[in-house]
Design a protein around this ligand. Structure first.
Ligand code: AMP
Length: 176
């Protein structure tokens, strides 16, 4: 991806202070999603990184990971697996819980989502503390798949997500 395109993408991400609660600086992707070229550039970042890994499945994290992950799966001609928040998936699930600033959250994947050893990449929009992606990554591994890499459009570097993901290969395309 050309540097100027990455800079253009980074410049289009809107920061909303104190959303959804005080102290959070929310990275709003709607200006990217709503603009054809920018949306395509964002998807292209993932595609360029994902294609050489030759995944057999793309998994995406609820909900903005679906926006990018499903297109990447479509473009690569492979299946898509949703990692959902608790209570949304209809079939038997495997769950993983993780700590939030206050309380706990749980993500789930259908227990038959992967074949043994299947090559999987995991996609989400943003890496903050890394709790969500670490839990999703753990699930993918527990379900017998081969997690190749976790990919994020954005990384908030000061929140230490990379530490949380220690041991799991990961990359981000835009850092704040
Ligand atoms: P974490 O588990 O702390 O890495 O949080 C990552 C998840 O929360 C991702 O699915 C993001 O969509 C969302 N998220 C966390 N912090 C932000 C933020 N500042 N702006 C937008 N989304 C965020």
């Amino acid at each position: 991806m050309d540097t100027w395109k990455l800079e253009r993408l980074q410049g289009a991400i809107r920061e909303i202070p104190d959303f959804p609660k005080p102290g959070i600086r929310f990275k709003d992707l709607t200006p990217v999603l709503g603009h054809g070229e920018l949306f395509r550039d964002a998807v292209q970042c993932f595609l360029e990184a994902a294609a050489p890994l030759q995944p057999e499945i793309v998994a995406g994290i609820d909900a903005r990971g679906f926006l990018f992950g499903s297109i990447v799966a479509y473009e690569l001609g492979v299946g898509f697996v949703p990692v959902r928040k608790k209570g949304k998936l209809p079939f038997r699930c495997r769950s993983a819980s993780y700590q939030l600033e206050y309380g706990e959250a749980t993500v789930e994947i259908h227990e038959d989502a992967f074949k043994p050893g299947q090559r999987v990449i995991l996609i989400d929009d943003l890496l903050a503390t890394g709790g969500t992606a670490a839990a999703a990554g753990r699930l993918i591994t527990e379900l017998g798949a081969n997690l190749l890499e976790v990919q994020f459009l954005i990384e908030l570097t000061q929140l230490g997500g990379a530490t949380h993901l220690a041991g799991i290969p990961h990359r981000s395309f835009l850092q704040f």
